[in-house]
Design a protein around this ligand. Sequence first.
Ligand code: TYC
Length: 111
Amino acid sequence: MNRPTMMADRTDDDSDINVVVDTRPRTKRPPLYKVLLLNDDYTPMEFVVLILEQFFHMTHAEAFEIMLTVHKKGVAVVGVFSHEIAETKVAQVMDFARKHQHPLQCTMEKE
Ligand code: TYC
């Protein structure tokens, strides 16, 4: 899109005379992913707070507030990360919840 173009010149097929080199850097930022925590009726509130403190580095007050948001609204974004980090966070939360036999669900989606 909008790159300098090479005009075909009948007189110099196969030569590089008319090649325009695009010097603009073409780096793309990697996509970011939201990590979402979902509400359920069984996971204890304190357990959710613990997860937000441990895996998302929130203070107790921040963790409590986000936990209450999930409890009341059904879902909240708990962080935004690269694909690899988001995947790791989701796995950590799901493993920890499973280990403690809580049905807590954590997912990710492209921002
Ligand atoms: N709704 C749960 C309860 O009343 C608490 C809870 C909050 C569960 C957030 C999951 O992601 C969650 N014990």
